[in-house]
Ligand binder design. Structure first.
Ligand code: NAI
Length: 333
C-alpha cells in the first residue's frame, strides 16, 4: 500500500480533501493516508504553522497532497506554500487546464498545460522597506532553475505528444532577468526541434488566451506570470474549482489544486471538490495508476455533462457531498 502525506490545510481544505479521499478509495487504489496538519488553524492551536511531523512525513513518504493554506495579505507570516516549494526544490509547477463537458460554452476545447517555475522570481520574498514611502522587491532568476523548468516542459511535450511550447516573459522590459530566462529556455528548445516554440510577452499571452485559448498548448513561464495565468486559464474553463496541479521536484512531489482557501464558503459544505479530485488523479498517474487516474477524469467529464449535476460555483444545485457521490457513481467498476 502506498503511503501518502495528506495536509488538509485551511478554509475549505478539510471538506475537499475528505471528498478526494473517498473518490480515490472508490477507484480501488489503496492509499495509506498519513494525515498531518499545517496552516493557520494549526498555528492557533500549536503556535507553529508547520509542525516538524509534517516535514518528517513528507520526507519519509516523498509524495504528498495538500489542500490550500492561507497566507494573510500584506502582513504576518510568509507563505507556507512558497516555503515548501523552496525547501523541497519542487521546481516544476504543472497545471493542466482542460475544458470539462460544456461547463464553459465559450471555450469547449481548451487543453493546455502551464509549466510554472516554482522556486524563484519575485516569490523569493527578497523585499526591503527603504522608508515608509518606498519598498523594493528583488526579482531573482537563475539559468539553472530556468533550464530545469524548460527541460520539464519540453520532456512533457515529447512524452504527451504535444505540439508547441510558448515561452512567456516580459523580456523586452526586464532584459536582465526575463532575458536570462528566455535565453535559458531557448537553449533547451534548440534540443527539441520537433516541438514548435513560440516566444510571447505576458501581456499579449493574456489577450491571446482570452480571445482563443485553443491555440495555446504548453505555457513555459516564471513564477509570478505562471500564478496569474493559472487563475486566468481557470476562468476560461469554469473557474478555480476545476483546475488541478502538481509541484514536482527530483525527490519529492507535492500535489495541490490551483485554488485557495475560499474562506467565503468554508465550513458550509458547498465547495467544489473537483479540482482536488483531479489533483488526486494527477497523483495517481504519477504513482503509476494511469488507468485509475483516467477513470476519475472520465467520471468528472460524464457527471458535468448534465447541468443538474452542477456545483454551487456553477450556479448549480449540488453541494460537496452530492457531487462527490455523483463522481463515485460514474466511476467505471
Ligand atoms: P481563492 O481561490 O481562495 O478564492 C477565489 C474565489 O474562488 C472565491 O470566491 C472562492 O469562494 C472561489 N473558490 C475557490 N475555490 C473554490 C472551490 N473549490 N469551490 C468553489 N469556489 C471556490 O483565492 P484568493 O481569495 O485569492 O485566496 C484566498 C487565500 O488562499 C489567500 O490566503 C491565499 O494566500 C490562499 N491561497 C492558497 C493557495 C494554496 O494553498 N495553494 C493557492 C491560492 C491561494
Amino acid at each position: 500500500m502506498t503511503k501518502v502525506t495528506l495536509i488538509p490545510g485551511d478554509g475549505i481544505g478539510k471538506e475537499i480533501c475528505a471528498a478526494m479521499m473517498v473518490v480515490v478509495q472508490a477507484t480501488g487504489v489503496l492509499i495509506d493516508w498519513e494525515i498531518t496538519s499545517a496552516g493557520i488553524e494549526t498555528f492557533e492551536k500549536t503556535g507553529t504553522l508547520v509542525p516538524q511531523e509534517v516535514f518528517d512525513s513528507i520526507e519519509r513518504n516523498k509524495i504528498a497532497i495538500k489542500g490550500p493554506l492561507e497566507t494573510p495579505i500584506g502582513k504576518g507570516h510568509s507563505s507556507i506554500n512558497v516555503m515548501l516549494r523552496k525547501k523541497y526544490d519542487l521546481y516544476a509547477c504543472i497545471r493542466p487546464v482542460k475544458s470539462i463537458a460544456n461547463i464553459s460554452p465559450r471555450f469547449p476545447n481548451v487543453d493546455l498545460v502551464i509549466f510554472r517555475e516554482n522556486t524563484e522570481d519575485l516569490y523569493m520574498g527578497v523585499e526591503e522597506i527603504i522608508s515608509g514611502d518606498e519598498a523594493h522587491s528583488i526579482k531573482i532568476i537563475t539559468r539553472k532553475a530556468s533550464v530545469k523548468i524548460a527541460q520539464a516542459a519540453y520532456e512533457f511535450a515529447v512524452k504527451e505528444n504535444r505540439k508547441k511550447v510558448s515561452i512567456v516573459t516580459k523580456a523586452n522590459i526586464m532584459k536582465a532577468t526575463d532575458g536570462l530566462f528566455l535565453d535559458a529556455c531557448r537553449s533547451v528548445a534548440a534540443l527539441y526541434p520537433q516541438i514548435k516554440t513560440d516566444e510571447i510577452l505576458i501581456d499579449n499571452m493574456c489577450m491571446q488566451l482570452v480571445i482563443d485559448p485553443t491555440s495555446t498548448d504548453i505555457i513555459l513561464t516564471q513564477n509570478l506570470y505562471g500564478d496569474i495565468l493559472s487563475d486566468l486559464c481557470a476562468g476560461l474553463v469554469g473557474g478555480v474549482g476545476f483546475v488541478p496541479g502538481a509541484n514536482i521536484g527530483t525527490d519529492i512531489a507535492l500535489f495541490e489544486a490551483v485554488h485557495g482557501v475560499a474562506n467565503d464558503i468554508a465550513g458550509q459544505g458547498i465547495a467544489n471538490p473537483t479540482a482536488m479530485i483531479l489533483t488526486a488523479a494527477m497523483m495517481l498517474k504519477h504513482l503509476g495508476y494511469a488507468q485509475e487516474a483516467l477513470n476519475i477524469e472520465n467520471a468528472v467529464e460524464t457527471v458535468f455533462q448534465d447541468p443538474a449535476n452542477y456545483t454551487r460555483d456553477l450556479k448549480g444545485p449540488l453541494d460537496t457531498q452530492a457531487i462527490t457521490k455523483k463522481i463515485i457513481s460514474a466511476l467505471k467498476p
